[in-house]
Design a protein around this ligand. Structure first.
Ligand code: ZN
Length: 85
């Protein structure tokens, strides 16, 4: 069971959330097919911190971006600078 820290509601069970995927930097729309292939299909799978989107569907109904450590599954909040990238 994961406890997800929602900035609006506090720490809640993961069953209240929908997973929105990894927060990745995608290329611009007119990027080359090779750049899109690399962005969509050649992702890294780090055993460490990744940024993810979560939707609090059974709570405040907000999308949130969090950092989760894939080995410990511990969440941490992003700073305002990190959440805007
Ligand atoms: Zn919430």
């Amino acid at each position: 069971m994961l406890l997800i820290p929602c900035p609006n509601c506090g720490e809640r069970d993961e069953s209240e959330f929908d997973y929105g995927g990894r927060a990745l930097a995608y290329p611009v729309l007119d990027a080359s097919p090779g750049q899109w292939h690399e962005a969509l299909h050649l992702r890294t799978n780090p055993l460490g911190d990744i940024d993810e989107y979560w939707y609090h569907s059974s709570g405040c109904e907000c999308w949130i971006r969090l950092r989760r450590n894939l080995s410990t599954h511990k969440f941490s909040r992003l700073t305002s600078d990190e959440s805007n990238t």
